[in-house]
Structures are given as structure tokens and as C-alpha cells.
Design a protein around this ligand. Structure first.
Ligand SMILES: Nc1ncnc2c1ncn2[C@@H]1O[C@H](COP(=O)(O)OP(=O)(O)O)[C@@H](O)[C@H]1O
Ligand SMILES: [Mg+2]
Length: 408
């Protein structure tokens, strides 16, 4: 299908921009048979009016979690006369128990939804609706980690199962956050993780096949070469096996070629597109960090950037910072921003979180380097990281506080 945009611009690069969009759900999902099968197993009992086991799905961004779940949901929606009633919920939008319940109600009881009832009414209405026909409600909670009162939500959903005699609720939780499990209340954890399914990052060869399918439809003939495709697949593999990343690079490369009035995408445009997309990703990751992690990262970027007198270690290629130095800088930064700095215990947790996000790497030095200490390396260019943080933390303020001369 051509979009209005395609028709208006008559691009010499794009044949169909939409299939290159990361929001587009492809008809065919390759390399995910096992995963799709596991999701089907979780949902299958509901078709017969039985409650299936809850399923928890996790894996890095762009590994196909959302697409696979939506794919199975669409399959089920095409089956007539089943007890299964499915709600797909994007928790970035519906990020509280109340909102999730309202969304479920509006999916299945639209006339009731408009009346603006309170939480208890919604709960009762939903419970009796499930029970009256022995329905099985399957709730797919995508990006579940952003729900503010998640323990309450999980509790309330499972509570329905004990409140009713027929029918039930099955939960499919989905998260990009691999460490999420460690943050959960034990009760929610045992509910959500009845079964788990991990989505592994894609290999470069798999990413290549994934984008190849899109290229055939998305671009005009002979716009892109094998070499460029391989390069894009490899750069997305480096970014954590992220299919969304590869699609973004692909369409960005097309746009750059268009701007340059070229009829082909060469390595030049692809390299540029990969660079810009990588910066976008870093920007996104950084801007969603909690405040104190931003401050710790800012301290790291400042130290890595400056040529000052702080202690660092260089092996000719990389520069490593001493953890103690970073902590001191973080403390003075917090002070200058009138924030209370957190203890070293918290600081170590922040470092672990930043490392999880791929923003830094750290390791314990062996003996010899001042006894035993942690060394830290920034994974992205310090200048760029600093800039992103400055506009993010300090907004429009030109002069960030906490530099060498800061102090009141
Ligand atoms: N196996 C696959 N086959 C084809 N396209 C895929 C596949 N996996 C992911 N994609 C594409 O990558 C994009 C990102 O996938 P998504 O399901 O949103 O990942 P996640 O939810 O894990 O972040 C999707 O829009 C889809 O177009
Ligand atoms: Mg997703």
C-alpha cells in the first residue's frame, strides 16, 4: 500500500516508506518460530475456556517481542466463537492499574467504558463479565516495567481468578528490561514468571534476512546493494541485535540519499545513517535515566572529557577512570544542583545500572593499582554524552554547574 506521502513525493528511492517504519508489523516473522509457538501455548488453553499459565517475555529492544505477541493475538482474533478475550496493552500509555483496567473495559465493554466509573466499579464489572460466560481474559502487558503500581495491578488481576467460579485471567508480561526480575516484589514475581520466554538478540545474518524482506517492498529496484545491506545488518548486530535499529538505519539512509538527490544508497549514506541513528539511541537511553544516574554519568563524561589532573589510566587505546574520583565528582555535582548525593552503596548500584544499559563498562582492577579499585570506561564519545546530558539535565541553561570552578 502506498501512503499519501509516497504519492505526493514520487520518490526515486522509496517505493513504500511504511514497510520500513519500525512501527510496521510485518506479515511474516522469521527466526521466531519457537517464540511464537511458546506464546501460542500460553494462549491456546483460553480458546477452550481454560486458564493458561502466565507468561513472561523479556529480551533487549528490537528482538521482536511486541511483533510476535501481536502476531499471535491477530491469529486468535480470527478464530470465531472462542472463550478467549484478548487485550493488548502498551503500558507506556496505560501506565497505572486504573488505566490498564479502563483500557480492558473499553476493549470489551465499550458502552460501559464511557461512563467514567471508579476503580472498584471497573473491577466488579470486569469480574462479572468474565464469569457470566466463563470467558478467559488474556491481558498482554507490553513494557510492563513502566507501570507505576505494578504490584497492585498484578495482585488485582490475579485476585479475579480467586473471586470467580468460571472463567479466568491469564497475564502475558513483556519487558525490554532484562534486570526487571530483580526489582519485583516476590509475590508479583512468582505470579508473572509462571513460565518465561527469552528473546535473544538477532545475529547479523538474521538481521540481514529481516531487512532484505523489507527492502524488496520498501525501496525501488536497485536502490541498495548487498554490501550496504550487510553493513547495516552488522551495525545493528553491534547495537545489541536490534531489528528496529536496522530498520531505522535503512530508512534514514534512504532519506539522506534523497536529500542528496541520489538515486542509490551507497556506503556513504549508510555510514552516516548508522552514526545518526546510534546517537538517537544513546539520546533515548540517557533521557530515560533516573536523575542520579544521569548525574553519575555526567560526572563520568566530564572526567573522561577533561584533560585535568584527576587520576585516570590509559592503555594507549582506552581511558579508564577511577571509581572513587567519579564518586567525588558526582557528589560535588549533586551539591551544586542542591540535590542530596546518595551513598556509595547507591552509587555502586547506579554504576551497575549504567553498565546494564551499555553506557559504561567497569571492572575491578587487579592488585597493584592502588590495592583494589573499580575502573570505569565511558562507552560513547564523551563530548556527545556531555552535550546530551547538559541539555537534558540543565535544560536551556548555558553553564552547567559543578565544573572545576563551581562552588558558591
Ligand atoms: N523476526 C522478525 N522478522 C521480521 N521483522 C522483525 C522481526 N523481529 C523484529 N522485526 C521488526 O523489528 C521491529 C522491532 O521489533 P519489535 O517487535 O517492536 O521488538 P521489541 O518489542 O522486542 O522491542 C518490528 O517493527 C519489526 O518490523
Ligand atoms: Mg516492544
Amino acid at each position: 500500500m502506498q501512503t499519501l506521502n509516497d504519492l505526493l513525493t514520487e520518490s526515486i528511492i522509496f517505493a513504500n516508506r511504511e514497510v520500513l517504519s519500525p512501527h510496521y508489523t510485518p506479515q511474516k516473522l522469521i527466526y521466531r518460530e519457537r517464540e511464537i509457538n511458546n506464546i501460542e501455548k500460553a494462549i491456546a488453553p483460553s480458546l477452550k475456556g481454560e486458564r493458561g499459565r502466565n507468561l513472561f517475555i523479556y529480551g533487549k529492544t528490537g528482538t521482536g517481542k511486541t511483533s510476535c505477541v501481536r502476531y499471535v493475538i491477530n491469529e486468535v482474533k480470527n478464530i470465531p466463537n472462542t472463550k478467549a478475550q484478548i487485550s493488548y496493552i502498551n503500558c507506556r500509555i496505560y501506565n497505572s492499574r486504573y488505566r490498564v483496567f479502563s483500557k480492558i473495559i473499553s476493549d470489551h465493554l465499550p458502552t460501559y467504558a464511557k461512563r467514567g466509573y471508579g476503580a472498584v466499579d471497573l473491577y466488579e464489572k470486569l469480574t462479572s463479565w468474565i464469569e457470566e460466560e466463563g470467558r478467559i481474559l488474556v491481558v498482554a502487558l507490553d513494557e510492563i516495567d513502566v507501570v507505576k503500581d505494578l504490584d497492585d495491578l498484578v495482585y488485582t488481576l490475579t485476585r479475579i481468578n480467586s473471586d470467580i467460579k468460571t472463567g479466568g485471567v491469564t497475564i502475558i508480561g513483556i519487558s525490554n528490561k532484562v534486570s526487571f526480575k530483580e526489582e519485583l516484589d516476590p509475590r508479583s514475581l512468582s505470579t508473572l514468571y509462571e513460565t518465561e520466554l527469552v528473546f535473544a538478540p538477532y545475529y547479523a545474518t538474521e538481521l540481514y534476512e529481516i531487512i532484505k524482506d523489507r527492502v524488496a517492498v520498501g525501496f525501488r529496484k536497485d536502490v541498495i546493494t548487498e554490501e550496504v545491506l550487510r553493513f547495516i545488518a552488522a551495525s545493528a548486530a553491534k547495537e545489541g541485535g536490534d531489528a528496529r535499529f536496522s530498520l531505522k538505519v535503512l530508512s534514514r539512509a534512504g532519506e539522506i540519499s534523497e536529500e542528496r538527490n541520489k538515486s542509490k544508497i551507497t556506503m556513504d549514506e549508510a555510514t552516516q545513517a548508522a552514526k545518526v541513528t546510534e546517537e538517537d539511541v544513546v539520546y533515548e537511553v540517557i533521557s530515560t535515566l533516573p536523575e542520579h544516574q544521569k548525574l553519575v554519568l555526567y560526572a563520568i563524561a566530564m572526567l573522561a572529557h577533561g584533560g585535568g589532573t584527576y587520576k585516570k589510566l590509559t592503555d594507549g587505546v582506552d581511558t579508564y577512570l577511577f571509581s572513587g574520583e567519579v564518586y567525588n565528582r558526582y557528589k560535588s555535582l549533586s551539591e551544586s544542583m542542591h540535590r542530596e548525593s546518595k551513598s556509595e552503596r547507591w552509587y555502586r548500584k547506579y554504576l551497575a545500572d549504567l553498565e546494564m544499559q551499555g553506557l559504561i563498562t567497569s571492572f575491578e582492577s587487579g592488585k597493584g593499582i592502588r590495592g583494589h579499585t573499580k575502573l570505569i570506561k565511558l562507552m560513547y564519545p564523551s563530548e556527545k554524552t556531555k552535550q546530551v546530558l547538559e541539555s537534558d539535565i540543565f535544560g536551556a541553561a548555558k553553564e552547567p554547574p559543578g565544573t572545576e570552578t563551581a562552588g558558591r
